[in-house]
Design a protein around this ligand. Structure first.
Ligand SMILES: Cc1ncc(C[n+]2csc(CCOP(=O)(O)OP(=O)(O)O)c2C)c(N)n1
Ligand SMILES: [Mg+2]
Length: 331
């Protein structure tokens, strides 16, 4: 049995179909966002997740309702993967009044307590500290949950990342730290900015397991997170996973990307794409038929059309409402 076959067998066909649907949903959502942003209809800054889908979906396939996900500013994909209402996600990005956060947060601040999404925030690296807090709360309150904190390669160079790793280890917190190393922090290449080159090797200094996986391979991500999550659930403490991947668009929409080698994105799209890899594996192993995958593609395409039509037609908060929901109140 090869590794891929072994990994596939850990999940039912229903779970595999759901993973494919999740990745395809994020891809079509983000491709469409790219087009809509270029058309001028989307307010604010937008960081797209296309290309990185296997990472968020591989993480979230291992999470239960009791678990908490901390997201980054590249927020749309993980929010959708965690199960936030995709209509509300789109409306939030469009800053509409009934968006996920009532239009007050926008693209980089998607937050949904009821789906275990304790926030995307634009303080790079801060999600790791918040993840430690969520993990500590889960243990103290005996919720049975764990926390997973997403962080980029740039975020992994923030002081807070190292402080959080230290606390996670000495307190044996039920947390998984997932570094989404997409090769760049804004325009700065990870090859230049990461001392030693390998973020996962920093785990050894904090006495926790650290592994590196292909972040375009859903099965590799799933398996690494499964192991780390089991360790956290068993009370054995934190783990660090570095998932190497590439984003297909710029750091933000409008980024000219002059810092990227020519042909890099085309090469990843052609030979490394997570959806292509997934299709190849499940079709080759006779687990899912091509027609079933194609049917999902069609259904998702129709869903995303409805999501965007709904978001674009939705009203902004009224002037009188602007200062509501900013500070906590009793009402
Ligand atoms: C503490 C902090 N410093 C700087 C910034 C500005 N900033 C926004 S995104 C970003 C790059 C983050 O890179 P990375 O962590 O690799 O995530 P990616 O954008 O590649 O997903 C920076 C420096 C910020 N938001 N917060
Ligand atoms: Mg990065």
């Amino acid at each position: 049995m090869d590794t891929a076959q072994g990994l596939i067998m850990k999940q039912s066909k229903t779970e595999l179909l759901s993973a494919y649907r999740g990745m395809r949903t994020i891809r079509i959502f983000e491709d469409r966002m790219h087009v809509e942003f270029a058309g001028g209809g989307v307010p604010g800054f937008v960081h797209l997740y296309a290309g990185q889908e296997a990472s968020a979906v591989g993480v979230c396939a291992n999470l239960t309702d009791a678990d908490i996900l901390l997201n980054t500013h590249r927020a749309h994909g993980p929010a959708i993967a965690r199960g936030a209402d995709i209509f509300a996600v789109a409306k939030e990005i469009y800053c509409r009044g009934d968006g996920l956060c009532r239009g007050r947060g926008g693209s980089a601040h998607l937050h949904d307590v009821k789906s275990g999404l304790w926030g995307a925030n634009s303080g790079v690296g801060s999600g790791v500290a918040l993840g430690c807090g969520a993990a500590l709360a889960a243990r103290n309150n005996e919720t049975g949950g764990i926390a997973v904190a997403l962080v980029g390669d740039g975020g992994a160079n923030q002081g807070v990342f190292l402080e959080a790793m230290n606390l996670a280890s000495i307190w044996k917190l039920p947390v998984v730290i997932m570094v989404e190393n997409n090769g760049y922090a804004e325009a700065t290449a990870a090859d230049y900015a990461i001392a030693g080159g390998d973020i996962h090797k920093r785990a050894a200094a904090f006495d926790m397991p650290g592994v590196v996986v292909d972040g375009h391979d859903y099965f590799a991500v799933y398996d690494a997170v499964l192991e780390a999550a089991e360790r956290a659930r068993a009370g054995h403490g934190p783990s660090l996973i570095e998932a190497k991947q590439r984003r297909y668009y710029g750091h933000f929409e409008g980024d000219a990307q002059s810092y990227r080698p020519k042909g890099e994105v085309e090469e990843y799209r052609k030979n490394r794409d997570c959806l292509k890899q997934f299709r190849q594996k499940v079709i080759l192993d006779d687990l899912i038929a091509t027609a079933e995958l194609d049917a999902i593609d069609g259904e998702v395409g129709e869903l995303i059309d409805r999501v965007y039509a709904d978001a674009i037609a939705a009203p902004f908060p009224s002037e009188g409402e602007f200062m509501q929901y900013i500070y906590a109140t009793d009402t």
